[in-house]
Structures are given as structure tokens and as C-alpha cells.
Design a protein around this ligand. Structure first.
Ligand code: NAD
Length: 463
């Protein structure tokens, strides 16, 4: 795999401050595929200075020109689609069709959506005797996780650039090669030097230095709730803006009027995709007691199609594999019934976990409360709608969810869920719909116009 041995700062690949490196490992075969520099506070400082220096001119660039450059980034990504997909497969382990679709095609489409939004967004509004201007917040520190390496980057950098902000990106240490390809695309698109900067490195070193840097105006973080809480505290202490996209434990609620076969099959597919490493995955399936046994049977049948090493890739690293296997053991210990999968690794090489389905899961069990981030579905039983609602809302998270049933009943139920997104009867993912969490799933929204608003601040002029 192609690796840069420097940081992309001020429009060029510069040597890193330290000679330390991070090994990038293919989780499907456990082989080292490359090394990237381990950034330090010094690299972060150089990148923030470059972003600050570039900010006035980029903020003053007419939105139509910014839009054209974001469109050029989109085209440069599209030109590299094959390399991006191969890189996501190599460093994340995503099976090739998934790497080409969700991991590559989706972020390219999202980059395109921000080229359009930058060109059409009303950055100025008349309110009575005032004109309200939407101005860029400033220098953005973006910290991203490994689960959707390119999507997480584009979902922050594209709206930030559309708003007129400049960016320093610290991508996840497991998937830095996709981030380097993104930097190449930005460079090829002709985005002015310093508008986008990349520093690879470890979270507690480079990530923390970015969150703490006094010249960063907004920290946009996607990752675990534990780290998000720390970043929120740092940002709060410095009175700077913060956006947090954190964990989830979403409910897939199957009401009695639903197409049970479809609801179960789509629910299983939703969790198995990306090996369960999706923050919005519907990991808790809620089924009425009358349909429970049938749903369990259908789930066991559906999950059999997800063969590790074929349709299901590995987890990203050995630590995640161990963590997820630990949760499966915990489920067994606490009395849940395994109907598929289990804690044993299905393949000798690679960080694979068996696609696992648990029945007889009760709401207070660890596997029903904590985010597992692996291919594990828990099926819970409810007695009536109020019971289903209490279970659905009964975690600290609120990122996503699904409801299946008669359309009116499903919508009424969804409106009572404490969560940021709900798919009704298998509604399709909409890249323009705001995405983000209620409760401890986060602060702020990404995608579409709501995602753009995160990077803007308002100024009112009175006449
Ligand atoms: P993580 O929190 O460990 O890491 C995320 C990023 O933060 C990485 O770039 C990492 O290097 C960095 N980081 C780690 N420690 C840091 C620190 N002390 N200071 C600053 N930065 C630091 O999360 P992960 O394991 O990479 O990702 C999995 C988690 O992300 C899951 O909990 C998942 O739900 C969540 N996630 C949420 C969303 C969402 O949109 N809500 C999307 C994807 C993933």
C-alpha cells in the first residue's frame, strides 16, 4: 500500500517532527501493510498555524468559488475510487463490494452534496431591520474514527470548507491511509494551501493536542462516548464550539402489524454490515411476545448467510475482536440464549468474530445496554407498546432506530423514541437528512444543511 511518510500541512507533504511511526495492519490477514508518522503536539501546532494563516482568504472566498473547489474534491475522489476502495479493504478489512459502495460511493456523493449546498445556501438573511450573516466559525479540529474511514472525514471536512472554515484533521490510527488519499484528492483539486491539513497520530497524543490547541475554534469529534466526554470537557473549559458524534445502542422495534420476515432480515443485515462496526446499528431487536419465537427462528436463518471471510469482514484490530468476544461471553454468563455464533473466533487468521444472535435478552443485561461494536444482535421480548417504548428508550444512547408496522402506528411510535433518526419500514438512508444523537449519543448534527450549520456562526447588523 502507498504510504506518505510526512504530514500534509500548508499544501505540501512535510517531514513529521518525530521519527516515530504507526504500523498499519490488514485485519483480515494480520500483516503490516505500511507505516505512517506518529504526529506530536509540534506537528499539530504547525498544522493549526497553517490553517489559521489560510483562514482569512478562504473565509472571504465567494461561496460559489468554494463550491467549485469542493466539486473538484468530489471529482478527485471519484478519480481515485478504485484506490480508495482497495485501501479501505486493506486497512479496515471491508469486503470489496462494501468498500466500493458505502465506503467510497457514499462519501463521494456527500462531497457532491456540499458542493451544491455551498453554492445555494443563504449565507445572508434579512430579519426586520437586521441583516444576519452566517460566518465561518474559524479553524476546525476534526478527529475521526476508523469505522467508515472516508465517510467520517468527508462528513466533517466538506461542510467545514463549504462554510469557509479551514481544517486540521487527525484521523483514526487504524485507518490513516484512506485519510492520506483524501489529502491527495484535496491537493489535486487545487484547494488553496493550508485550507485542509492532515496530521496522523495517536489519539491521546496528536488528538488530544488538537482538542487542546488554543487556536482551534471548533472541535468536531466522532468516536467513543468516553473520549467524547473528555473532548467536551476540554472544549467547555476553553469556551469553544464542539460537535460530538458518539456511540449508540439503537432499537429495531417490530410492531405486531409489521412484515415480520422483512423486518427481521433487514434488521440482521443492518447489524452485520461493516461487521457490526456502525454506531447507528440496530443492535437490539424488540419483538412482541406473540411473535417472539418466530422472530428468533427467522433471525437464526437470516444470520446464516453472513459467512465470515466472505460477506462479513474482520473487526478492525485484535483489541476490538477481544472486546466483542468478551461481550458475547458476558451475554452467555448473564443468561442470554445463543441462537447463532458465539465467542470462538470463526477463522484462525484475521480478527474475525462469528455473526452472533442472542435470544431471551432482558433490558438490563450488559449486552442490551452497552455498545458492542461487533456483529452481535440481541432479541428482546415486549408485552405491549408502552413496554416496547420503555425498552427502546431505556439506554443512555439515542442515535438511531427503526420501527416496522402499520405506517401510522410506526410513525406515532417513532415520534416517542428518544433518538435522532428512525427508519420507518425500511426507509432508505438519506445523505441530506441530519444525523446525530439524543442523550449521550452526542451533540450536534452532521450531513445536509444541518451539518453545514455546525460550522457557521451568526452576526446581526442593524439598520
Ligand atoms: P475512539 O473514541 O477511541 O477514537 C476516535 C478518534 O478519537 C480516533 O481518531 C482516536 O485517535 C481519537 N482519540 C482517542 N483518544 C483521544 C483523546 N484522548 N483525545 C483526542 N482524541 C482521541 O473511538 P473508536 O474506537 O475509534 O471508534 C468507535 C466508537 O466511535 C464507537 O463508540 C462508535 O459508536 C463511535 N462512532 C460514532 C459515530 C457517530 O456518528 N455517532 C460514528 C462512528 C463511530
Amino acid at each position: 500500500m502507498k504510504c506518505h511518510d510526512g504530514m500534509y500541512i500548508g499544501g505540501e507533504w512535510r517531514p513529521a517532527a518525530s521519527s516515530d511511526t504507526i504500523a498499519v495492519i490488514n485485519p483480515a490477514d494480520e500483516q503490516v501493510i505500511g507505516h505512517v508518522p506518529a504526529g506530536t503536539a509540534e506537528d499539530i501546532d504547525a498544522a493549526v498555524r497553517a490553517a489559521r494563516a489560510a483562514f482569512p482568504a478562504w473565509a472571504a472566498t465567494p461561496p460559489a468559488e468554494r463550491a467549485a473547489l469542493i466539486g473538484a474534491v468530489r471529482d478527485a475522489l471519484a478519480a481515485r475510487a478504485g484506490d480508495i476502495a482497495a485501501t479501505v479493504t486493506a486497512e479496515l478489512g471491508a469486503p470489496p463490494p462494501l468498500a466500493a459502495g458505502v465506503h467510497t460511493g457514499l462519501p463521494i456523493a456527500i462531497a457532491g452534496s456540499y458542493a451544491e449546498l455551498a453554492a445555494t445556501h443563504p449565507f445572508e438573511e434579512k430579519v426586520g431591520n437586521s441583516v444576519v450573516h452566517a460566518e465561518p466559525v474559524g479553524v476546525v479540529g476534526a478527529i475521526t474514527p476508523w469505522n467508515y474511514p472516508l465517510h467520517q472525514i468527508v462528513a466533517k471536512v466538506a461542510p467545514a470548507l463549504a462554510a469557509g472554515c479551514t481544517v486540521v484533521l487527525k484521523p483514526a490510527e487504524d485507518t490513516p491511509l484512506t485519510a492520506q488519499l483524501f489529502a491527495e484528492a484535496v491537493h489535486a483539486a487545487g484547494v488553496p494551501a493550508g485550507v485542509f491539513n492532515l496530521v496522523t497520530g495517536l489519539g491521546p497524543v496528536a488528538g488530544q493536542a488538537l482538542a487542546e490547541h488554543e487556536d482551534v475554534d471548533l472541535v468536531s469529534f466522532t468516536g467513543s462516548t468516553a473520549v467524547g466526554r473528555r473532548i467536551g470537557a476540554i472544549a467547555g473549559g476553553a469556551v469553544k464550539r464542539v460537535a460530538l458524534e458518539l456511540g449508540g445502542k439503537s432499537a429495531n422495534v417490530i410492531l405486531p402489524g409489521a412484515d415480520l420476515g422483512k423486518a427481521v432480515a433487514v434488521g440482521i443485515a443492518n447489524v452485520m454490515s461493516n461487521s457490526g462496526q456502525t454506531c447507528s446499528a440496530w443492535t437490539r431487536m424488540l419483538v412482541h411476545t406473540d411473535q417472539y419465537d418466530e422472530a428468533v427462528r427467522l433471525a437464526a436463518e437470516a444470520v446464516a448467510k453472513y459467512v465470515p471471510g466472505e460477506r462479513v469482514g474482520p473487526l478492525v484490530n485484535a483489541r476490538q475482536q477481544q472486546r466483542v468476544r468478551g461481550y458475547i461471553e458476558k451475554g452467555v454468563e448473564e443468561g442470554a440464549r445463543l441462537v447463532a455464533g458465539g465467542p470462538e473466533a470463526p477463522l484462525e487468521t484475521g480478527y474475525y468474530v462469528s455473526p452472533t444472535v442472542f435470544a431471551d435478552v432482558t433490558p438490563q443485561m450488559t449486552i442490551a445496554q452497552e455498545e458492542i461494536f461487533g456483529p452481535v444482535v440481541s432479541i428482546l421480548r415486549y408485552e405491549d407498546e408502552e413496554d416496547a417504548l420503555a425498552i427502546a428508550n431505556g439506554t443512555v444512547y439515542g442515535l438511531s432506530g427503526a420501527v416496522w408496522g402499520e405506517p401510522e402506528a410506526a410513525v406515532a411510535f417513532a415520534r416517542r423514541m428518544d433518538t435522532g433518526q428512525v427508519d420507518i419500514n425500511g426507509g432508505r438512508f438519506n445523505p441530506l437528512a441530519p444525523f446525530g444523537g439524543y442523550k449521550q449519543s452526542g451533540v450536534g448534527r452532521e450531513l445536509g444543511a444541518h451539518g453545514l450549520a455546525e460550522y457557521l456562526q451568526t452576526k446581526s447588523l442593524q439598520f
